[in-house]
Write a protein that binds this ligand. Sequence first.
Ligand code: SAM
Length: 304
Amino acid sequence: DTLSKLPNHAGLSAVIPGWFSEISPMWPGEAHSLKVEKILFEGKSEYQNVMVFQSSTYGKVLVLDGVIQLTERDECAYQEMITHLPLCSIPNPKKVLVIGGGDGGVLREVARHSSVEKIDICEIDKMVVDVSKQFFPDVSVGFEDPRVTLNIGDGVAFLKAVEEGTYDAVIVDSSDPIGPAQELFEKPFFNSVARALRPGGVMCTQAESIWLHMDIIEGIVANCRQIFKGSVNYAWTTVPTYPSGMIGFMLCSTEGPTVDFKNPVYSIDEDDKQSTRPLKFYNSEIHSAAFCLPSFAKRAIGSK
Ligand code: SAM
């Protein structure tokens, strides 16, 4: 076979002892690896396998069904962008819903906004919440904000029961579309999100990688253009420990007051100067820059 003909080199072994390799059919032919210092937790919930390990260069790592969800070192790039891209695009958000996000990182970011009065979260898997509280105190700190109400359950069912026009913003911090998050990428779910938003309300959802999943992205964009009658835009950020090193976001608004996602109406930079826990990644310049797409993605996604 071909492998045995390759020169004997450490990097060529199929599994590197002492390293975690992220192997998945969602990114065939590649597998990002991190050196493991110690496995801290291994469990199986009703929905997925949950693991936490100490890596040698990215701090503690949370893994669900073999897929890295966050590392202490680069979680800021994801949590800050998925939250402040939508919330800084509208004036004075008051009611915010988070779907997924059981680690609490998005809650931590929503809580930076002083206009916010109510933060609901619906996470399907209580084990994710418990494990985050035990191993990731700087992330799960989000649960300590008194405006937060935690609901354990399926986000799809939760949204169906929400009264029309309830939220200013819905943030969908989900895992990949294989497993419990599958329905969070489908049309009926986006319909419920649009219904749950007030006119001119905004949604931001995790929307995969332009390097790996353009087909999935094109599907999401097509669905969102049908459902959201305001703005529909794709933005992205760099996250070194996500497959292909980046992740995208789909930002949509409902019919009503116009939302220009590329030009934030609220600058969090000033508030941040007073914060005891300053932002590590997000600022107003990177907000606008996040909507600039490489030419190949621009052609496939387009923008309005
Ligand atoms: N916040 C993370 C980060 O920093 O990159 C990203 C992933 S977060 C842990 C994704 C969460 O979505 C998981 O905890 C998973 O249990 C949850 N989830 C998946 N499907 C869901 C559903 N149908 N309803 C609610 N939550 C769901």
